[in-house]
Design a protein around this ligand. Structure first.
Ligand SMILES: [Ca+2]
Ligand SMILES: [Ca+2]
Ligand SMILES: [Ca+2]
Length: 408
């Protein structure tokens, strides 16, 4: 009699010892699993063999572990406005042996050439609801198939989930992610989780079943402070459980910046000598005429001389310039526009970034160039059309060319 009673005590002690030890290592048993031990005592009280039983149930405690966060790769795109945005994808996977609440946070850790670190500008946005989010988890017992996973009960009245793993949840088992299509709950016996697609093999006992969710984080450029220099935003995304075990991802968003430099060159086509005092000379080939030098200053002109202007729109930045157009206001008190000078009796020459020429009229609406009163407009760059500016690639230039006559 004494011996049996002693055995019961030993069993209870073993169970308690086991769970206490589990707190220091990765759990092999699911939280909330009921460990039921029953002892029986046999004796003869003179009327024959009798028995009494004693039962003790121990509920396995939660062993918290830092969640697993799959980190995205860095993103780069052209800066277009202060809310230029990158959206990053994350996967958050539970790692505790039972349900735990995870808080996801995002914060800028460093930035350059942007107002982003100034309060009131757009901080990264975590698109996860609810946040904190509860993720379920359990650990297999024996008896699984490849699609029906055997796990302990969660010691409660059936409530539509097993350790917060419910139908439609995604779970990671080994290296496989599956969706839950059905569960079978039982307060005291083995519970079952049915998967949408079979695993490669039935899991043995002791394999984690961890709920997984995906979410996105939006990262913004903030206001560019120096054109032509890229904006970089370094940020961390951190997921933390209720025990403050956390996992972080660091990433860098780069927003590239183009910068436009417009330079105006001129040459006196009538009087070559008037160009000898020119400064800032550069040679251009225009509509088949090569080798002529144009100047940024110092050119002289007499009444009735013909001048040719070359407007060079240059992108010295690292990103395309979009919506590009060149506008020039003619000094009509002194000059008259001189049309019909180019191929096909056209009025304006356009050279793209590969020096391929197009010829435009001064009329409005028929092509990418027009003269309206004193205002000359050329819509330039790749994809340009009438009234629509195009894109000038990084470190390249385009040109618009036209002629005027000095008033007599
Ligand atoms: Ca339950
Ligand atoms: Ca869940
Ligand atoms: Ca035109």
């Amino acid at each position: 009699m004494k011996k049996n009673f002693f055995r019961l005590l030993i069993m209870a002690a073993m169970v308690i010892g086991m769970t206490a030890q589990a707190n220091n290592a990765l759990a092999a048993v699911a939280a909330n699993a009921p460990i039921i031990n029953q002892a029986t005592m046999w004796y003869d009280d003179g009327t024959g063999l009798q028995s009494v039983t004693a039962e003790v149930t121990v509920t396995v405690t939660l062993v918290p572990a830092a969640p697993v966060l799959d980190c995205p790769v860095d993103q780069t795109s052209p800066y277009t406005n202060p809310d230029t945005q990158h959206t990053y994808d994350y996967t958050l996977t539970a790692a505790s042996n039972g349900p735990d609440d995870y808080t996801v946070d995002a914060a800028v850790t460093g930035s350059t050439n942007t107002t982003l670190t100034i309060p009131g500008t757009s901080e990264p946005l975590v698109n996860l609801a609810p946040n904190p989010i509860r993720l379920g988890a359990t650990i297999t017992t024996s008896g699984s198939t490849a699609t029906i996973i055997a796990v302990p009960g969660d010691s409660g009245t059936p409530n539509g989930s097993i350790n917060d793993i419910a139908v439609n949840d995604y779970v990671l088992i080994g290296t496989e992610v599956r969706q839950v299509v059905a569960i079978t709950e039982d307060a005291t016996a083995t519970n079952y989780i049915e998967l949408d697609v079979a695993l490669p093999a039935a899991p043995l006992a002791g394999v984690g079943v961890y709920e997984q969710v995906t979410f996105t984080v939006d990262v913004f450029s903030g206001l560019l402070t120096a054109a032509g220099t890229d904006v970089t935003v370094d940020f961390d995304v951190t997921a933390e459980n209720t025990n403050a075990d956390s996992t972080s991802c660091s990433a860098t968003s780069t927003f590239t910046s183009g910068v436009a430099v417009l330079t105006k060159f001129v040459r006196n086509l009538t009087d070559a000598a008037a160009n000898t005092t020119g400064t800032g000379g550069q040679n251009f080939t225009i509509d088949g005429n090569g080798g002529l030098t144009y100047y940024t200053g110092g050119v002289t002109a007499a009444p009735s001389d013909v001048l040719e202007y070359v407007l060079v729109a240059q992108n010295t930045g690292s990103a395309p310039l979009t919506s590009s157009q060149v506008n020039d206001v003619l000094p009509i008190d002194y000059v008259d526009f001189l049309g019909g000078q180019y191929t096909g009796a056209t009025d304006i020459v356009y050279q793209n970034d590969l020096a391929v020429e197009s010829y435009y009229t001064q009329a409005t609406g028929d092509d990418n160039g027009q003269l309206s009163g004193a205002a000359l407009t050329v819509w330039v760059g790749t994809g340009a059309a009438f009234n629509t500016g195009g894109s000038i690639p990084a470190t390249s230039n385009v040109k618009a060319i036209y002629q005027v006559t000095v008033k007599p």
